[in-house]
Design a protein. Structure first.
Ligand code: S3P
Length: 182
């Protein structure tokens, strides 16, 4: 019997701050569950024909947020998949409501110090450009944690390797299944 079949019935949406591993964990999770993987940031870039950095610089953050909202609404119409969202997506009330109605949402959470260390390895995030990552993340946590708290599940990742987080997520999903699900 296919023990992951019950986990493939709905899209699994990963939410949380920058650097927590939504894309890396999401890709591995999709692999493990044999589901397609979609990365909302990459889909926004494809739809706009430019990088997120260029979207912010040339069109501004509101245009990015609008594109993000539209792209996620479109992805949620697709058959079940693992969806890595950008850090700000679940903060938009419309997007959050849509994700909550069409997917199982999982908040990946880690200490801000861990995230700050990780995000310095990549310079493709316009919200961090020229700023102290820990300060940006602290301010985001303050504003965003209440919204992330509305996710169906929370997985505390600590500083664990991504494959460990994938196991935690699978366990959390199994625990979340209604009792008696095949
Ligand atoms: C953002 C997070 C980024 C990307 C954009 C804005 C945010 O995605 O969507 O730079 O507002 O937190 P990641 O969380 O995948 O880095």
């Amino acid at each position: 019997m296919d023990r992951y079949a019950p986990l493939r019935r709905r899209t699994i949406a990963l939410v949380g701050l920058m650097g927590v591993g939504k894309s890396s964990v999401g890709r591995r999770l999709a692999n493990a569950l044999e589901l397609p993987f979609c990365d909302a940031d990459a889909e926004v870039e494809a739809a706009a024909g430019r990088s997120i950095t260029d979207i912010f610089a040339e069109l501004g953050e509101p245009a990015f947020r609008e594109g993000e909202r539209r792209v996620i609404a479109r992805l949620l119409e697709q058959p079940p998949h693992v969806l890595a969202t950008g850090g700000g997506a679940f903060i938009n009330p419309q997007t959050r409501a849509l994700i909550k109605s069409k997917a199982i949402s999982i908040w990946l959470k880690a200490d801000l110090e861990v995230l700050a260390r990780r995000v310095t390895r990549k310079d493709s995030r316009p919200l961090l450009a020229g700023r102290d990552p820990l300060e940006v993340l602290r301010a985001q946590a303050e504003v965003r944690y209440p919204a992330y708290g509305e996710a169906d599940l929370v997985v505390e990742t600590g500083d664990a390797a991504h494959h460990v987080t994938v196991e935690q997520v699978i366990q959390a999903l199994r625990d979340h299944l209604p009792a008696g699900a095949p």
